[in-house]
Design a protein around this ligand. Structure first.
Ligand code: NOJ
Length: 579
């Protein structure tokens, strides 16, 4: 009798587990979306490939490289803004949303590019910059011309007779002031970014209709996704109350998630997103996990994917970072989004210095292995991975010494501000040298020729000297290159749904050297081991006793003594595990 109950108990447990697995499977299956399975390659168009020798990358330049992009295996491309722009902030200051920037080409070039991508099975993500426009946009020209102009309300104005408006901090202003006095109408206008980037007034329904019309224009052309620039800031309390001292230290809390943001996102969803097979990802995700969920959970009918900054910022300290901090951040976000919502996975973009210089090790000895390790990491996490152009070949920081070498408005105006505040300028320059956005914007390194094959003219930003060693041509022919490792890793992800949807479990949480985790789906299990240090490091995890095969490795072997694994400097492996 006892045995009978034992068997019954075991059977019930097994049935329970099977039921659980079935439920999990159903949940994953019903939540599958093409954009969750995407691998997004981000191109900074100014720096990718110049087809006409003016020193600036352009759309035809990208068209020439379509087969290269295809060869990477990536499934979507996000281009930074390509609209008409005076380029105060390299295209993030738009003067016409339905035209292409002259330096980048024509609308015909755009159509050809989109067609070329689609013919190769690659989707296209358009950058939408509508928290602000350029001050050279016709709307702003009209708006500033008189107080009763029909476009006046397209922007935020504060009449000077009411006194100075309450302080607002600006990201790029040389004085850090977001209100700019304009004598034409004796009023101040608001610019969270540079003076030439006035903030649009989203509280005005006409502005919102203009934005939806812009998005529809591009959706009708066939774009597959939208990346919404600085979007969490669009809705504002237009009484502009006084904010606490030092509010800028926690800027997203005060500028993000404004009073009507959800209302506007729902409206955008109804008017645009729901009508096309597109996804939208907003830059920034509020300041809490709850904020992020409120933006992207499917039942909210707002956005589809969160793009938060917590992890990417960890690598910005000159003195380095602690691996536990990185693990904590990635694990926290994964756990929170395990069942609902979806996140982006990235450690780099055009607003950061190079990933291998910040998170890996760009010394000649370790650059390649550490770059492969980082790519293994990004491409083996749950969420949609974004790879910034050049990271597939381990491009590094350029290291400018003098402010005259910098082109980025954030660097130049930041320098002026630090100078006027009598900051320690040596410390400022050391930090800039490491973290500047220009580090990550140098031209793509195609080959060993002059200017790395990027242009026949004078490049708008110098090409890194190290293009003689780090370039696509050399790496394409080397089976052990960072580039070929990247392609293998992309293929591994595409061939294994477990790397896309599988549950993530952190192992050996407090290990400061090795990042270890498993991914599990439908009885399939993978173990990922990443040594984040420049020396050997060992780790013992149970899963290592059940290794079936090594699926990718940035070294030729793996030392495994009965579950105790010794990883070489920056060694990264993914193994399949008996479940
Ligand atoms: C965020 C973009 O990523 C950055 O490059 C730009 O400077 C600001 N938004 C302003 O548009």
């Amino acid at each position: 009798m006892k045995t009978y109950f034992k068997i019954l108990f075991v059977m019930t447990v097994i049935a329970g587990c099977t039921q659980q697995v079935k439920l999990e499977k159903e949940l994953v299956n019903s939540n599958k979306r093409w954009w969750k399975e995407s691998i997004i390659y981000q191109i900074y168009p100014r720096s990718f490939n110049d087809s006409n020798g003016d020193g600036v990358g352009d759309l035809r330049g990208i068209i020439q490289k379509l087969d290269y992009i295809k060869s990477l295996g990536v499934t979507a491309v996000w281009l930074n803004p390509i609209y008409a722009s005076p380029n105060d902030d390299n295209g993030y200051d738009i003067s016409n949303y339905k035209e292409i920037m002259t330096e980048f080409g024509t609308m015909q070039d755009f159509d050809e590019l989109l067609k070329g991508l689609h013919e190769r099975g690659i989707k296209f993500v358009m950058d939408v910059v509508v928290n602000h426009s350029s001050d050279e946009h016709e709307w702003f020209k009209q708006s500033r011309s008189s107080r009763d102009n029909p476009y006046r309300n397209y922007y935020h104005w504060w009449p000077a007779e009411k006194g100075k408006p309450n302080y607002r901090w600006s990201f790029f202003d040389e004085k850090g002031e977001a209100w700019k006095y304009d004598s034409i109408t004796n009023s101040y206008y608001l610019h969270y970014f540079a003076q030439k980037q006035p903030d649009l007034n989203w509280e005005n329904p006409k502005v919102r209709q203009e934005v939806y019309s812009i998005m529809k224009f591009w959706a009708e052309k066939g774009v597959d996704g939208f990346r919404l620039d600085a979007f969490q800031y669009v809705s504002k309390d237009t009484t502009f109350p006084k904010l606490p001292k030092n509010f800028e230290k926690d800027i997203n809390k005060y500028y993000g998630m404004g009073p009507n943001l959800h209302k506007y996102l729902r409206e955008m969803y109804d008017e645009v997103l729901s009508k096309y097979d597109v996804f939208a990802v907003s830059e920034g995700a509020g300041s809490t996990l709850e904020d992020a969920h409120s933006l992207v959970d499917e039942d909210r009918k707002e956005l589809q994917m969160a793009y938060h900054f917590e992890s990417v910022g960890i690598g910005n300290k000159l003195e380095g970072y602690k691996l536990s901090e990185l693990k904590k951040s990635f694990t926290k976000w994964d756990t929170s989004f395990a069942e609902k919502g979806w996140i982006s996975i990235f450690l780099n973009n055009h607003d950061n210095a190079r990933v291998v210089s910040r998170f890996g090790n760009d010394s000649p000895e370790f650059r390649e292995v550490s770059a492969k390790m980082i790519n293994t990491f990004i491409l083996s996490m749950r969420g949609t991975p974004y790879i910034y152009y050049g990271d597939e070949i381990s491009m590094t920081n350029i290291h400018f010494d003098s402010i005259s070498q910098y082109k980025d408005i954030a660097a130049i105006n930041g320098y002026k501000k630090a100078l006027s505040e009598k900051k320690d300028m040596d410390a400022f320059m050391r930090d800039l040298n490491f973290t500047s956005r220009d580090n990550g914007r140098t031209p793509m390194q195609w080959d060993t020729s002059t200017n790395a094959g990027f242009t026949t003219g004078t490049p708008w930003l110098p090409v890194n000297e190290n293009h003689k060693e780090i370039n696509v041509a050399a790496q394409e022919n080397n089976p052990n290159s960072v580039l070929n490792h990247f392609k293998k890793m992309v293929k591994l992800r595409k061939d294994n749904e477990v790397l896309v949807y599988g549950a993530y479990k952190l192992l050996d949480e407090n290990n400061e050297e090795v990042y270890a985790y498993t991914r599990t789906l439908d009885g399939k299990k993978m173990l990922v081991l990443l040594n984040f240090t420049n020396h050997e490091s060992s780790i013992s995890v149970n899963a290592a006793k059940k290794i079936e095969s090594i699926l990718i490795n940035n070294y030729s072997d793996l030392i495994n003594k009965n579950g105790k694994i010794t990883l070489k400097p920056y060694q990264s492996v993914i193994c399949s595990i008996k479940n």
